[in-house]
Ligand binder design. Sequence first.
Ligand SMILES: Cc1cc2nc3c(=O)[nH]c(=O)nc-3n(C[C@H](O)[C@H](O)[C@H](O)COP(=O)(O)O)c2cc1C
Length: 257
Amino acid sequence: MSHLSLLNEASPVALSAIGAESQTFDGTGFVETSVPCGLKTAEIARLVEDYRQAAVNTKAAGFDRAEIHAANGYQIDQFLRVTSNNRTDGCGGSIANRARLLSEVVAAVTAVLGAGRVGVRLSPFSNANNVGIDSDTVATFGAAIDAQNDAGVAFLHLVEGQAGGPRDWPAGELEGLRDRFKGVYMTNNGYDRASAIAAVASGRADLVAFGKLYFFNPDLAERLARNAPLNPLPVAGPYGAGREGFTDYPTLAEVAA
Ligand SMILES: Cc1cc2nc3c(=O)[nH]c(=O)nc-3n(C[C@H](O)[C@H](O)[C@H](O)COP(=O)(O)O)c2cc1C
């Protein structure tokens, strides 16, 4: 899910050489994602090693926890689903094979950061980046979630419905997947202060992740704690070629000044 210009003209790497027909931002505007190189079986180990190295870099940069992004049509999500995974080796075909990369990445990153310090983000009911809806979402994602129960994962983070879009899924299926995870559950998608408080108070979720609100409010946690007003959402959207509209949203103190 990338573009040649973002990779010093090297091809993106994916499970097969099929373009996502999606878009990515190249610093000046949105461009069609480039067709990736398909990974050979022997190269999967290198992919897992890349995640391990990323965890080493994370630690060196001063972070002590990380979330594995396995959602929204990105690489690990592509491996999970029958709609996008056409491999015939040990990472394709059966559900166990399709979930193998996720488990290997979680193990590699956990070995660096430690048990209870790595979370996993999944989006079972999202067709983000044209990844396709799995023909048996509950079986696929249920197995992927079950595997995390034994892996020392700190939290399961589900994008509920379509990221940034409707919160829809077949009745009870998301709740069923959530309940298969025995640890901390983090929810995301369309929450504001009131609905986040209600979700935690009712026991529906342990944690709530915010996307847009954090983007536009660099001091979001403080504002929510104080029930202070939030910055208005910009009309033009957050993507730009520089700071403007991207990282220049004021804190409460700056607004007051
Ligand atoms: C500007 C912007 C960029 C985003 N980029 C990504 C992305 O690169 N990968 C991803 O998985 N989700 C991305 N998201 C989705 C968010 O992670 C989140 O799931 C979504 O915005 C719903 O949460 P919210 O209602 O709290 O914003 C992006 C959202 C926004 C607003």
